[in-house]
Design a protein around this ligand. Structure first.
Ligand code: Q46
Ligand code: ZN
Ligand code: ZN
Length: 305
């Protein structure tokens, strides 16, 4: 098969919209889609500085690559979670990716910072739960301390569709009221804006973009991800997509149109400043400082170093 727009052999067959594309035309298609997502959902304003959280995996690597190519002002942050060899390899990939892009990379190592890696803390709380809490706190605080206007993550269409699907299955209306391609800043900027530039691109397209553009990434999954239910939900959605192309994007777009229905159930807790770190919290001490038993605030500002 040939590319729809030139004479070259096809590199990928897209199912929705149905077309065959060569690597160059696929790259163009992909980047145009990211640009459209940024404009449609107003992810990035003029002159804004963006912190891209790079894990070493494909989604965040592609996010950084495309944002840089589209001319946005980006820097990257890698959080080394301290999960043995998996984290060491992830950091190596993040370094290589940023070097290839010529973008500054900042690294925060959880074990050095907090004394224990993820998975090493004695707690009843599930590992992924406190891992998520820790990552979110660190990238937000890092962005806030260094004056970034937004934090970009690599969430793709499959992640979003499976998240919505899983939360619908459990009727977690609190979560369903708050998802989307952009979460505006809150609490005088202490909760920095979060954006998802790959919101409308499938995982398959992200893999193909990385391949077409020679982007290396860590293929291995985190050892704690094994058996995660989101993987099952992704499988179900992939089966449906195969039978009815466009299922995922129509599901997610339909959700965005109906999201307001869940907002009625939202019980927004009043936020106040955490007594330890001064960041937004629903109780006296924020969940990060409580979990890690912090005695003073972390300071990530680069100016001091
Ligand atoms: S939450 Fe859980 Fe992930 Fe953290 S412990 Fe690994 S699988 S990395 S996206
Ligand atoms: Zn072509
Ligand atoms: Zn705190």
């Amino acid at each position: 098969m040939r590319c729809r727009f030139c004479e070259k052999p096809a590199f990928i067959k897209l199912h929705y919209p149905r077309m065959y594309l060569c690597p160059e035309h696929f790259t163009e298609y992909f980047e145009r889609k990211v640009k459209r997502t940024i404009e449609r959902y107003k992810l990035i304003g003029p002159g804004e500085r963006i912190l891209v959280v790079v894990s070493g995996g494909k989604d965040s690597a592609v996010t950084a690559h495309v944002l840089k190519k589209l001319g946005y002002d980006i820097e990257c942050l890698h959080i080394n979670l301290g999960i043995g060899e998996y984290s060491e390899k992830s950091e190596e990939y993040a370094k290589r990716q940023c070097e290839a892009l010529g973008v500054p990379l900042h690294i925060v190592r959880v074990k050095e910072l907090l004394g224990h890696g993820i998975g090493e803390v004695r707690t009843r709380r599930p590992t992924c739960s406190y891992c998520g809490l820790t990552k979110r706190y660190i990238f937000n605080k890092f962005a806030y301390d260094n004056g970034f206007d937004a934090v970009a993550t690599g969430h793709n269409l499959d992640d979003e569709a499976s998240f919505i699907f899983a939360n619908l299955m459990n009727w977690n209306t609190q979560y369903l009221a708050k998802q989307g391609p952009v979460t505006p800043e809150q609490f005088n900027g202490k909760l920095v804006k979060k954006i998802k530039p790959l919101y409308e691109l499938t995982e398959r397209e992200v893999v193909a973009y990385a391949l077409a553009n020679g982007i290396e990434y860590h293929i291995e999954e985190c050892p704690h991800a094994v058996g995660a239910t989101t993987i099952e939900y992704k499988g179900i959605l992939n089966d449906m997509e195969e039978k009815r192309p466009g299922t995922k994007i129509n599901f997610v777009k339909g959700y965005l149109r109906k999201k307001h229905l869940f907002e009625a159930e939202l019980q927004e807790k009043e936020l106040r400043e955490c007594e330890v770190c001064g960041m937004p919290s629903s109780g006296e001490v924020c969940s990060f400082c409580r979990f890690w038993r912090m005695e003073k605030a972390l300071d990530f500002s680069l100016r001091r170093k």
